[in-house]
Structure formats: structure tokens, C-alpha cells
Design a protein around this ligand. Sequence first.
Ligand code: 13P
Ligand code: SF4
Length: 319
Amino acid sequence: PAEDEARVEEIKRLLEANNAVLVAHYYTDDAIQQLAEETGGCVADSLEMARFGARHEADTLVVAGVRFMGETAKILSPEKRVLMPTLEATCSLDVGCPADEFSAFCDAHPDRTVVVYANTSAAVKARADWVVTSSIAVDVIEHLQARGEKILWAPDKHLGGYIQRKTGADMLLWDGACIVHEEFKAKGVEDLKGLYPDAAVLVHPESPSSVVELADVAGSTSQLIKAAKELPQQELIVATDRGIFFKMQQAVPEKTLFEAPTAGDGATCKSCAHCPWMAMNALDNLAGALRHGSGEIFVDEALRQRALKPLERMLNFNA
Ligand code: 13P
Ligand code: SF4
């Protein structure tokens, strides 16, 4: 629509005027992903978003995604202004892991190395030895296991369980879940596979173990897009937020992509997976953030220093 075009042009002007760059996650709206790409920003998974923001020369980072992504950007680049289209965009993993309860859990298990998923608050990160994203989690846990370390993992029990099964590491798991991926049902994927027996199944490991078991490839959003390109299959069943289809279809225009159903009873996607918090990012509030400097992320300096250490460990880790 003409309104969107005008908004896009306004955002482009504002990005330039503010020496700002747009960093977007694959689960945000197509229009936001396209804008990030057209303006020299990035569309990426959580780890690549963090790396891109930390290295970029812009004065302002506009992070389209959810709160923890903006906070991570600010922790890594305190000298930059970090804006988000809305500060309301949280994550069920972050909400389900309050810092005080988590800290008590850590205190009760002092013999364990604390590894937290990036989908957490700055305060939870500050209590951790390591931060990981889904693209690097297995490698980091393998490394710690090889050193004989026992792990305390939070907050995603599904991702934690997946890593545990894959590595055999001794992991104590926090009881958290992603409300979006938790809805995928093995039955629905099996039914779809019955209709398209040659299809490959791609699954984000925040999904339940029964769904991950059906996967040809399990991995982060970037890893799933890479797999879509590399796999020989022409039909792909994809169990992650539907936002990923924009870039994935561009990457494999000749392939047919199917959204894994969350309703569990067949081939049609009755209620496709889409994160309600990612969906809060829109052209309007993105323009508003740049226009008014609203949605700015602030992290207390002492807390930032503590959260920085486990984040830097992740960024410096080479598998
Ligand atoms: P990745 O993009 O790092 O796979 O993470 C998915 C996610 O939880 C974002 O909400
Ligand atoms: Fe959190 Fe799940 Fe939404 Fe990602 S998709 S932000 S893990 S609730």
C-alpha cells in the first residue's frame, strides 16, 4: 500500500539522518526484513544480530526483534544508542526466568557451570558463566563437557533437552519454554510427511523432543535457511515461526515450503506459528522510534559489566 511505501521512504531518510542501521530478526515482518536488507543492515539469527551490531560503525542501532536482542546489543555496544520499535516485545523464555528465582537456583547448585540462552534478561545473563544462542549451544556444551564440567542450563527445557541428548552432558534444566515452538505437534508433522513422503523436515530445537526427533535438520534460524539450500529435497516441512519463510523462500525459490502445523491434525496449517512479540514490530513504530528517539534501551552500567563477560565468552568462542 501507498502508506507503507511512504513509511519505508521516511525510515530510510531517518536511518541516514541518524547514522543508524537496522538489525532485524527473521521472525519480524517481511517489510522490516526487506528494509534492513535494502539499507545495509542485517536480517539474521540471534548470534549474527549480536555480532553485526557490535561490529557496525553506526551511532544508533535499531533492533527489530524482542527485548533481549536490544539489551544484548546495548551490553556489547554501550557507546551506541540502541532503539527498538517497542519495548513491550518480550519473550516467554525471558518472562519465565525471573532473575531472583534464577539466582537462588544457581546458589543451590554451586558446583555447576551456569549456561544461559540468549533469550534472557541482562540480570539473568549477569549471573551466568556463559551465554549461548541456538546456533552455538551444542558446540559450547560439548566444550564444557570435555573439560568435565557439570551444567546448569536455563531457561528453555526443550533446547536444553535437545543438547543433553546430543552431547550426553550432565545438565540440570530450568523449566521454561517458547510458547510458539512448544505448539508444534509430532502428529501434525507426521501427517504432512504422509502426504509428502519425500519432504525433508527442518525444526528449530525450541520445539518439543517428539518434533525434533522427526527432523532431518535441527538448528537456529540461520542454520535452517542454510540447510534449506543444501538439502537435496525439493519439499521442505519447516517447524519454526512463519517469519522465516520470507528469507527461506528467497533462498530456495524453486522449492516448496510447508509450515509445520501447530494444530496437529493434518496438512493444513490451522494456526501457524507466529510469535506475538515479534509481531509487535511494525513500520509505524519503527519510524516512531527513529523520529522521537523512543524505545531506547538502557542497561545499568554495573549490571552491563557483569552480563558482558559471559556474552564475550560466546562471541570469542571458536568451535
Ligand atoms: P535464533 O534466530 O537464534 O535461532 O533464535 C530463535 C529465537 O528464539 C528468536 O526468537
Ligand atoms: Fe521468545 Fe519464542 Fe518469541 Fe523467540 S519465538 S521471541 S523464543 S517466544
